[in-house]
Design a protein around this ligand. Structure first.
Ligand SMILES: NC(=O)c1ccc[n+]([C@@H]2O[C@H](COP(=O)([O-])OP(=O)(O)OC[C@H]3O[C@@H](n4cnc5c(N)ncnc54)[C@H](OP(=O)(O)O)[C@@H]3O)[C@@H](O)[C@H]2O)c1
Length: 245
């Protein structure tokens, strides 16, 4: 009797929010799920019951990422989702330590994962990088987060060109506001915020369709593109008040 091979997916940032929902949804759909997070207990509590493997590594620690992801075997899909957000509250007294923390986790962490995983990915596989719709429009206080995600956009789009001849596809995911512990810390209004279940459904559907770019939701993306199209002086004024010279 022939048995079809289960598809294998690695998801980073699996212990919370979007990553956690993806772990449960892919497992429910019959995938073999490798769940990665930085806190072993939290990862076990959240994913232990459904994940085939738990991989513990802080994404900003290159040695830990390289050793944890060495020899994990062939994957059909890797979703590099781990990320953090910290805001620059006082731009005049720029906090470069905060900036470095965010870049290290979001951007350099992704680079470490790529270094570990790409040699192991077979032809026909796909790697998905988690960016944000915040890259469509500069937001107040988002200098660090936005820079990390804008760099992610370039990274994904450039990588897609170079991995094409190796048969590895690259998807760039740009979610709108999603209701997770990350956004629960925000004290401002989050228009169009959606549930993690909806975010996961969109991401999984679009990845299955082989989309290079997954931007959602459509109305939110259209709104951001419209505002981005306005003269920058108007956007600066809308977000930052009157300029004092
Ligand atoms: N929620 C949104 O509205 C939204 C919108 C656009 C993009 N995103 C992106 O989506 C991704 C997931 O965000 P989320 O909203 O689901 O946030 P979340 O609930 O805070 O989950 C973030 C995940 O990343 C992990 N993580 C954070 N720093 C890490 C590090 N140094 N090493 C390893 N893992 C680390 C967290 O681990 P712990 O559980 O140990 O903290 C957690 O598993 C992020 O890349 C975020 O930028 C989110």
């Amino acid at each position: 009797m022939s048995q079809t091979k289960r598809q294998r997916v690695l998801i980073t940032g699996a212990s919370s929010g979007i990553g956690l929902q993806l772990v449960h949804d892919y497992a429910a759909a019959g995938w073999e799920v490798l769940a990665s997070g930085r806190n072993a207990d939290k990862l076990d509590d959240s994913c232990g019951a459904v994940a085939a493997q738990l991989l513990v590594a802080d994404s900003s620690d290159r040695d830990a990422v390289l050793s944890t992801f060495a020899d994990i075997g062939e994957l059909d899909l890797a979703i590099l989702n781990a990320g953090t957000c910290e805001y620059i509250d006082d731009a005049r007294h720029f906090d470069s330590a905060l900036f470095k923390r965010v870049i290290d986790t979001n951007l350099n962490g992704t680079a470490y994962c790529l270094e570990a995983l790409l040699p192991q990915l077979p032809r026909g596989s796909r790697i998905a990088l988690m960016s944000s719709t915040s890259t469509l429009l500069p937001f107040s206080r988002a200098e660090a987060y936005g820079a990390s995600k804008a760099a992610m956009d370039y990274l994904a789009n450039s990588l897609r060109i170079d991995l094409r001849r190796h048969g590895i596809a690259v998807s760039l995911i740009r979610p709108c506001f999603v209701d997770t512990p990350l956004t629960a810390r925000n004290t401002f209004a989050m228009p169009g915020i959606i549930s993690v279940a909806r975010a996961s459904a969109i991401i999984r559907r679009q990845l299955a369709r082989g989309r290079d770019e997954i931007n959602f939701t459509r109305p939110f993306v259209a709104f951001l593109r419209l505002v981005a199209w306005l003269p920058s002086a108007l956007n600066n004024r809308l977000q930052g008040g009157k300029q004092r010279l």
